[in-house]
Design a protein around this ligand. Structure first.
Ligand SMILES: Cc1ncc(COP(=O)(O)O)c(C=O)c1O
Length: 556
């Protein structure tokens, strides 16, 4: 229990102290520091309470909007954080936390991240980052090479070249996608000085459409595209309705026929196609679009081809599975998140550009800071001040190495396949999306329901689906509340069920410590939850809909 905090008097001397005098080793802060350094896993196990507390309840500890007038002791604040924040946070490193893309970190990230914090470099310009700038440029070069595999000469020439950049490091996939489409938009409506047009950067979208004689502008992506693309369409001024959502096929990949049809319609409507986005690892099902075929189409119509490989990009580390991403090397730009499958702490994303001069379309300068002709990376980023987190990717790439990442990627994909087989072998579960990478979806469908579904009329299937949706939601919420394991849930429209709204469990297998036994336990727990009172209502309804016998025959 946190004691009442002790207040100090604010004074210049006290202010000096917080900048210069570290906490004593025996203080709360000193103890946290020591425990974290000695045994990160133990610390997490010991301090994170897995049992869910109501958010309304938690809110009470964070309800005061007044800034404290007087300073409190550092150790008292550390006590508060341990009790109210750490103890009620989510154990994302747990091997049975398999619902999201946020996973465990290799232990070396923690001590190395302290270097980053302590130096507090700002990558916006060399004057505040010095060696961090060439280091970040090298990391962008390494990721560029992973995707585009150019020769040594190319990287010797472009990696550190003032006025150019192989990409843009940022806080995550969202900013990376926005940056890529910003470049696509600006290149599409480039300056045309001969005819008095100074480019969309200056004239804005309205001016650009008027100058080039278009009615509107659009971006195309499959319905499985990440929601950050909607944000991009919004901030780029084309509007969310102009992010054209293309139907996905039975394997959750963009339907190429529909893509072509929509392109023809847009052309007929005099709408400029700014870009086309292929997804390499959809957030919900981990599916990869047919990138090669999409690159052909983009080439044919002359538009920017962007690949959102925020999740699936690191598959390229695997010699065995890299082929799934075939065609990515033809993309004009690629998003890849280091804080996902490269096991770097949150806040590390990238977009890389095939052509190092593309970034000139979004280049910005300011006299006091990012000067023309400098190597400052801030000239090509949407964000201004940025931390030196590329340092942690640099470390991951070196300490884990290509072959280490290869092992991590392959074990994830193979575990997902093993889990899919496990689900298929169960009579009471239904695999909804086969894993292509390391994400899969499924739901609990008891054998008697499966039997009924096989012969049910469409109206009956509708009714049963509706109850199954509620049941999936119940099981997922209950499993989360029990705190032993966690899977997420989403809604899909599978072809196999005539595109009916289907709520599914979603599993992401990126933590190397997740074992097959844990996965077996996850299924066993879900089966158990289905048999508890939390699910009685849904189960009774299912019996009512599926059994020929009257419902009361099942009462126990
Ligand atoms: C395919 C895809 N793109 C983009 C993003 C956005 O990334 P971030 O959350 O790092 O902004 C995600 C995040 O899950 C994603 O899965």
């Amino acid at each position: 229990m946190t004691n009442k905090p002790r207040y100090a008097e604010a004074s210049m001397e006290a202010m000096y102290r917080i900048f210069t005098v570290p906490e004593a080793p025996g203080s709360t802060l000193g103890n946290i520091d020591q425990k974290l350094s000695q045994n990160l896993a133990g610390f997490l196990q010991e301090h994170i309470v897995a049992v869910e507390k109501d958010l309304e309840e938690l809110q009470k500890d964070f309800s005061d909007s007044e800034i404290p007038e007087k300073p409190i002791f550092v150790s008292d604040q550390a006590d508060f954080l341990m009790d109210k924040l750490v103890a009620q946070s989510v154990h994302t490193a747990s091997p049975s936390f398999i619902g999201h893309m946020t996973s465990a970190l290799p232990y070396f990230m923690l001590p190395l991240s302290r270097i980053m914090m302590a130096l507090n470099q700002n990558l916006v310009k060399i004057e505040t980052s010095k060696a961090f700038t060439p280091m970040e440029r090298q990391v962008l070069g390494m990721i560029h090479r992973l995707i585009y595999d150019k020769n040594d000469g190319f990287y010797d020439k472009w990696m550190h070249e003032p006025g150019y950049s192989l990409g843009s490091f940022c806080s995550g996939g969202t900013i990376a996608n926005i940056t890529a489409l910003w470049v696509a938009r600006n290149c599409r409506f480039d300056k045309d000085l001969k005819n008095g047009f100074r480019g969309i950067q200056r004239a804005g979208l309205y001016g650009a459409l008027q100058h080039y004689g278009y009615k509107g502008a659009a971006i195309l992506v499959s319905e499985r595209g990440h929601y950050s693309l909607g944000k991009a369409a919004d901030v780029l001024g084309i509007g969310r309705d102009s992010l054209i959502s293309i139907k996905a096929d039975a394997r959750n990949k963009i339907d190429l026929q529909e893509l072509r049809t929509r392109i023809d319609e847009l052309k007929a409507d005099n709408v400029a196609i700014i870009g086309m986005v292929g997804v390499a690892g959809t957030s919900e099902t981990g599916s990869v679009d047919p990138l090669d075929e999409m690159a052909d189409i983009a080439e044919e119509i002359g538009c920017h081809f962007h690949v959102d490989a925020a999740w699936g990009g690191p598959t390229l580390f695997s010699k065995k599975y890299a082929h799934i991403l075939k065609g990515i090397e033809r993309a004009d730009s690629v998003t890849i998140d280091a804080h996902k499958q490269m096991y770097v702490p949150m806040g590390a994303g990238m977009v890389v550009f095939k052509d190092p001069s593309l970034v000139s379309s979004i280049e910005h300068h300011a006299d006091y800071i990012i000067r023309k002709g400098s190597r400052d990376l801030g000239a090509y980023t949407l964000e201004g001040s940025r931390p030196g987190i590329a340092m942690l990717l640099h470390s991951g790439l070196k300490i884990i190495g290509r072959s280490g990442y290869e092992i991590l990627i392959e074990q994830g994909i193979e575990k997902a396949h093993a889990f899919a087989s496990m689900i298929n072998a169960e009579t009471d579960f239904e695999l909804v999306s086969e894993p292509e990478l390391n994400i899969l979806t499924y739901r609990y469908v008891p054998a008697f329901v499966k039997q009924k579904l096989a012969t049910a009329t469409p109206a009956q299937v509708d009714e049963i689906h509706e109850v199954l949706n509620r049941l999936t939601k119940r099981i997922q919420k209950n499993q989360r509340a029990r705190g032993k394991s966690f899977v997420s849930r989403t809604t899909l429209t599978p072809e196999a069920w005539d595109r009916r709204r289907t709520i599914v469990f979603r599993v992401v297998l990126a933590n190397p410590l997740t074992s097959l036994e844990i996965l077996q336990d996850v299924l066993a727990e879900q089966k158990h939850i289905a048999s508890t009172s939390a699910c009685t209502e849904c189960m009774d309804e299912l019996h009512g809909l599926c059994d020929d016998r009257p419902m009361h025959a099942h009462a126990v």
